[in-house]
Design a binder for this molecule. Structure first.
Ligand SMILES: Cc1cc2nc3c(=O)[nH]c(=O)nc-3n(C[C@H](O)[C@H](O)[C@H](O)COP(=O)(O)O)c2cc1C
Length: 196
């Protein structure tokens, strides 16, 4: 007898990553790339690019969101959650992250903010030894201000120059910390979806 098994799998949780450094050899990009390999089977991670998003300007907005802004808003709106991979600049947020948050907080047409209510995780990458705690604190405030759901357990990736080789995150402990954090963030997203 041929018994058909019910093999319907739930859709994977889709997450977009916003990388807060525009340079090619960015350590934040490198950690994002490691994260795309380390996410669990039930989760996907894709970049929502911000390199061509202009500085927020009400005149530009009045003429209609540029394509780069529309693409960013659509990517975030369609995703289940967002992770910001960010450097710390002078103890605070890099301008490109603040700018992305400002655009994302704005309505477009009949649609409200793309980021309000979204689960948001923060990974801060630094050559320093202390986990870029200041930018993580600033991100908690910035994420709350745009009415997103901040995952309180942000991740600091320290001493980045000592845990990479040829542009790859190679340190086993750093990779395991990132993998475990992504799994925790996955749990956080699931708990929000269940309305906990
Ligand atoms: C303007 C500026 C300010 C910085 N301030 C800090 C800081 O406050 N804390 C810190 O840990 N690193 C600081 N750094 C060093 C960055 O963490 C480092 O350049 C990092 O690699 C940038 O991320 P990226 O490699 O993804 O571009 C600063 C770098 C720049 C360019």
């Amino acid at each position: 007898m041929n018994i058909e098994m019910n093999s319907v799998q739930p859709d994977p949780v889709s997450v977009v990553g916003v990388i807060g450094s525009l340079r090619k050899a960015s350590a934040n990009r490198l950690v994002f790339e490691a994260a795309t390999e380390l996410v669990e089977a039930g989760m996907s991670l894709m970049e929502a690019p911000i390199s061509t998003v202009p500085f927020y300007n009400g005149d530009i907005e009045e003429r209609g969101d540029p394509a780069s802004v529309l693409a960013l808003k659509a990517a975030v709106r369609e995703a289940d959650a967002v992770i910001f991979f960010t450097p710390e600049y002078n103890g605070g947020l890099p301008a490109v992250i603040k700018n992305a948050l400002d655009w994302l907080s704005r309505r477009s047409g009949d649609e409200g903010s793309a980021i309000a209510g979204k689960p948001v995780g923060v990974v801060a990458v630094t050559p320093g030894r202390h986990g870029a705690t200041r930018v993580r604190d600033e991100m908690a405030k910035a994420v709350a201000a745009v009415k997103a759901e901040h995952f309180e357990n942000s991740l600091g990736v320290s001493s980045i120059n000592h845990i990479t080789e040829a542009g790859v995150l190679v340190d086993p402990e750093a990779r395991e910390n990132l993998r475990a954090w992504l799994a925790e963030f996955h749990g956080f997203i699931a708990s929000r979806e269940q309305g906990e």
